[in-house]
Write a protein that binds this ligand. Structure first.
Ligand code: ZN
Ligand code: ZN
Ligand code: ZN
Length: 350
């Protein structure tokens, strides 16, 4: 005996199939590409001759099945609609790839422009359980020769070798020692930190070649494509493509002195020095936030370690993922939410 929900769904399908408007309904669904949460539009449009106002064509959703026109939701989040997110991922891949090798209106010469793939990390907010590998071997999570306990009486070491599906990965070794406030503030201010980084990078590049920022803009343009990746510990990392162009973008050559090494050097300096202060609050003085020490800068080349295809695939993948991949929500927590009922990691719901 099927449960009431299944019975309701089956009845719905039978009714739909026997509906005289089935063909039109099916055409709408096909048109949305199988979107799981199509937007239902109601209304009418009238096309009039701009000269004499005569009615040329009228469309109303009143004649559509159910009186609605279904259009794809076009979300980029795979957690909301896998089908629309897949379209978004494929489009992003083509867009990013074109920005690296040309195509879609971008000249092929762009492949000669210096470009790197950059990863900016979050700083540490306390020790978390992690999976470390060395020479194909899983290392112990957090070995400490002296052992000992933290002020909350919990061991500071973790001698386990965690497996990739261990739910403790990313969880603090001691939840009371972990700076949750700092990590939340970092996520909130990471976009501002990124914005300041891009400004700083242009300043460093200008200074390194003896120009003002304005003069730099007349000979060189810095282009960015950025995505955020949520780490298991719940903080964001940014991955970005940074490319140097001539003053009019990808169709113009950057000056000869704009090299990969010069770009990497300027990125390192900008990333190391940029900071953002959190606003002061009642019981929380302002904190100064900066990127983590780990900074990865890899040149993107046609035949090197990191190819354009690999980078485009990577960026496109993260463009469709959000915080839900690490066991939290893909939206804000609402005041009316019951935390126990949300599909989140149990520790986060405590
Ligand atoms: Zn959709
Ligand atoms: Zn551990
Ligand atoms: Zn502790």
């Amino acid at each position: 005996m099927p449960n009431p929900l299944t019975r309701h769904a089956i009845n719905g399908m039978v009714a739909r199939y026997n509906d005289p408007h089935y063909d039109r309904w099916a055409a709408q669904i096909r048109h949305t590409g199988g979107c799981t949460q199509p937007v239902h539009l109601r209304g009418k449009v009238e096309y009039r001759d701009p000269l004499n106002g005569a009615l040329l064509h009228r469309y109303t959703t009143a004649n559509e099945p159910g009186g609605v026109l279904r259009v794809a939701c076009k979300t980029r989040r795979a957690s909301r609609c896998p089908s629309c997110a897949e379209t978004y991922r494929a489009d992003t891949y083509q867009l990013i790839r074109a920005g690296l090798v040309g195509g879609k209106g971008v000249p092929a010469e762009v492949a000669e422009h210096p470009a790197v793939f950059l990863t900016l990390t979050a700083p540490s907010f306390g020790a978390v359980h992690s999976l470390c590998m060395k020479n194909g071997q899983v290392l112990r999570c957090r070995p400490r020769r002296k052992g000992g306990t933290c002020p909350h009486g919990r061991p500071v070491a973790c001698n386990e070798r965690h497996s990739a599906d261990d739910p403790r990965l990313g969880e603090p070794i001691c939840p009371d020692c972990y700076d949750h406030t700092g990590s939340v503030l970092f996520n909130a201010l990471a976009p501002e930190l990124w914005r300041r980084f891009t400004i700083r990078l242009r300043r460093v590049l200008a200074r390194n070649c003896g120009l003002s920022v304005k003069e730099l803009g007349q000979v060189l343009k810095v282009s960015f494509a950025k995505v955020a990746e949520y780490q298991r510990r719940g903080v964001v990392h940014f991955h970005a493509i940074v490319r140097l162009d001539g003053p009019d973008g990808p169709a113009t050559l950057p000056p000869g002195w704009a090299t990969l090494d010069g770009l990497a050097e300027a990125i390192t300096e900008a990333a190391r020095h940029v900071t953002v202060a959190t606003p002061e609050a009642a019981e929380l003085p302002s904190l100064t936030l900066a990127w983590g020490r780990e900074l990865d800068i890899r040149p993107i080349t046609a035949n090197g370690d990191l190819t354009e295809q690999a980078v485009a695939g990577y960026v496109a993948k993260y463009a469709t993922k959000a915080a839900e991949c690490v066991g939290t929500l893909d939206r804000r927590v609402r005041p009316t939410d019951d935390l126990d009922q949300l599909d989140i990691r149990p520790q986060l719901g405590d």
